[in-house]
Ligand binder design. Structure first.
Ligand code: BT5
Length: 255
């Protein structure tokens, strides 16, 4: 049994990831593992690649967890967090199709309900930032395929209890052997087996089928000519399986 993680609750901050990183620096790294910061509102919530995470005050779980990382675990951290978040979302929406989309999204019926931003502070420490849409109405969500727990008919839940539950689950999950963790993520990541459209950071796209996950969390994609590519960064969209007319089912963030 572990001690329960400590949760610090703030009315507002710029970004819980930035807030926790500043605390860590100010305390020379002397903070308890799995210390969690939650807030009602972020003035500058961050996504990946300079993108924004937006949520009106009091509508979301906005949390950052301080995670001790082992070298062989750390590349898998965003996906391990994704497993924990998708389990939590599934427990709140038991009858819904909850998907973990590589590399960092949790979707409900193809719509984004959660985004994850992991940032490495040092070789030993990382921050796992998690946004989950809880209470938003349709007009409070950004103009992308997105949803919230309330819109999907789920219950109202305490933000601090959810954060505590995520931190405690993550504490358990990252203790498991990296090979087991990799297998668990492969089992849970809905992207595997899907036809995908990959938007690469250089601005080009690639269409193919996601076939497996490398040990460092990279995605192996077989393109339409049968050539395999290892994707370490980028956004993907799951495509419907259709020989003739591929249709997007979801977008991986703004392009
Ligand atoms: C992410 O980035 O999805 C990671 C988001 C992480 C947010 C958490 S909140 C707590 C912690 N503190 C922070 O400052 N950040 C973390 P990315 O894959 O780049 O997706 C960003 C894109 O998602 C945006 O460009 C929008 O298209 C979309 N988006 C923004 N807000 C959203 C929302 N509330 N719901 C669904 N989609 C959203």
């Amino acid at each position: 049994m572990h001690d329960l993680p400590l949760v610090i609750s703030l009315d507002h901050t710029s970004s819980t990831n930035s807030h926790l990183a500043n605390m860590w620096r100010n305390e020379d790294g002397q903070l308890p593992p799995f210390l969690t910061v939650v807030t009602d509102f972020q003035g500058s919530g961050r996504g990946r690649l300079g993108r924004e995470w937006v949520a009106p005050a009091g509508t979301s779980l906005l949390a950052s967890i301080l995670v001790p990382t082992k070298v062989d675990h750390s590349p898998l951290l965003p996906l391990a967090v994704g497993v924990v978040v998708s389990d939590l979302v599934q427990s709140l929406l038991p009858s819904k199709d909850v998907q973990l989309k590589w590399p960092n999204d949790v979707l409900v019926a193809g719509k984004k309900i959660s985004g994850i931003l992991c940032e490495q502070l040092s070789p030993e420490w990382a921050i796992a930032g998690i946004g989950i849409n809880l209470l938003q109405t349709a007009d409070q969500l950004p103009p992308v395929p997105a949803t919230s727990i309330a819109l999907e008919g789920g219950p109202a839940v305490s933000r601090d209890l959810l954060a505590l539950s995520l931190a405690a689950s993550l504490q358990d999950l990252i203790e498991i052997d990296p090979v087991e963790l990799h297998a668990l993520i492969e089992h849970r990541c809905s992207t595997l087996g899907h036809r995908v459209l990959v938007s690469l950071p250089v601005g080009t796209t690639l269409e193919g089928r996601a076939i497996s996950l490398e040990s460092d969390g990279a995605l192996r994609v077989e393109d339409l000519t049968g050539t395999e590519h290892i994707i370490r960064a980028g956004d993907i969209a799951h495509l419907r399986t259709s020989a003739t007319a591929p249709q997007l089912t979801t977008q991986g963030g703004r392009s």
